[in-house]
Design a protein around this ligand. Sequence first.
Ligand code: NAD
Ligand code: MG
Length: 400
Amino acid sequence: MKNLAVLGATGSIGSSTLDVCSANPTLYRVVLLAAFKSVQKMLSLCLLHQPKYVSMFCPHARLELRELLKQADSKSIVLDSEEELLQLLGSNEIDSVMAAIVGGAGLTSTLASVHAGKEIFLANKEALVMSGQLFIDAVKSSGAKLWPVDSEHNAIYQALSPRLQDTLGYCDLSAEGVNKILLTGSGGPFLNKPLTEFSTITPAQAIKHPNWSMGQKISIDSATMMNKGLEYIEARWLFNTSSDQLQVILHPQSVIHSMVQYKDGSVIAQMGNQDMRIPIAYVMGGTQRIESHAGNFDFFKSPSLTFMEPDLKRYPCLQLAIDACYAGQKATTMLNASNEVAVDAFLTGKIKFTQIAELVERVLNKPLNDASERSIESLLDIDLQSKLAAKAIIDQGLLC
Ligand code: NAD
Ligand code: MG
């Protein structure tokens, strides 16, 4: 039995992970649950899964949860600080970590788990987008085992040879006969909406993904296709692709979760229901297939499968992300940071849907102070500067 930490336990991926744990009670012992501030949700998770430790990022939530756990006679220990969380992640008490905190907030804990050489189930794509080569180098030097949870990257991983799977981050695709990684995306809820109506899109409309049920941020990212852009950068790092080895294909039904094209003309696709418990069960099963409770895919009830090229005018965020991918680490960190501010501002009614891409582009064009050496500290500094720049642009009303 492995000892599991679930970072982002109260979220959509966290909840699917705990479902997979419950479906396979002899595989994982839930030792640590971590989240931001949802006290009631965390309380019920603690009572159900009885983790030895709980971590809440928000200090008020920590105090409230500690009191409620005491009243419920629970033995779960609420950690006092983020330092304690990072220490625990590096200790022998944890074997495997589900990294499912949303956004750059997950970088420190995900990287701490990588440095400690743990088995990492990576859902938190923003951590990899922000730190790229540093993340991959840390995986290599610590001997951490990295598993992609994002459904596309998980599909690609499943379609690769064991040699490529074992060298994730620095694999040689062409030596194994891979021509191209084909990253599929649905196009989100606005695939067919007239472009003239984009400026009036509301958060409620944007959050409604046609195929997947997900957290708020990734749902908005899916509507702008920034999510596919972040995934493009994620794929670049995980599969060590060159620009001609990576292509985005729209596939509105989201039945195929991504594909690998080989030089002999074969295309290997992974497909199934749109349920994150499938990739989660795949990574948690390791070398064996385990129960996910996601159900079997019914071919006879499915519509036909269609494919098309993405229209980058409709999805300027996708273009910005692809450009940032080749501009370098500073650009991808700026892209991610400004997008986080933009999504939050859109959700709280401060900016329009179309201003998300505009804001990201403006921040990318801003000169920032930048250390000559890449380090996590310098990336966190770029992250902070970009967020401040984005907020200033909004506050000063500089968007069109
Ligand atoms: P969510 O919003 O449902 O949950 C986010 C979780 O992160 C919550 O538990 C929240 O408490 C926690 N969190 C936020 N800030 C934190 C902080 N500072 N410290 C500790 N915890 C914090 O998000 P989600 O949809 O589950 O997505 C999580 C990650 O997985 C994202 O990076 C997303 O891109 C990725 N992902 C999600 C899906 C999906 O289907 N939901 C699919 C692929 C990848
Ligand atoms: Mg995905």
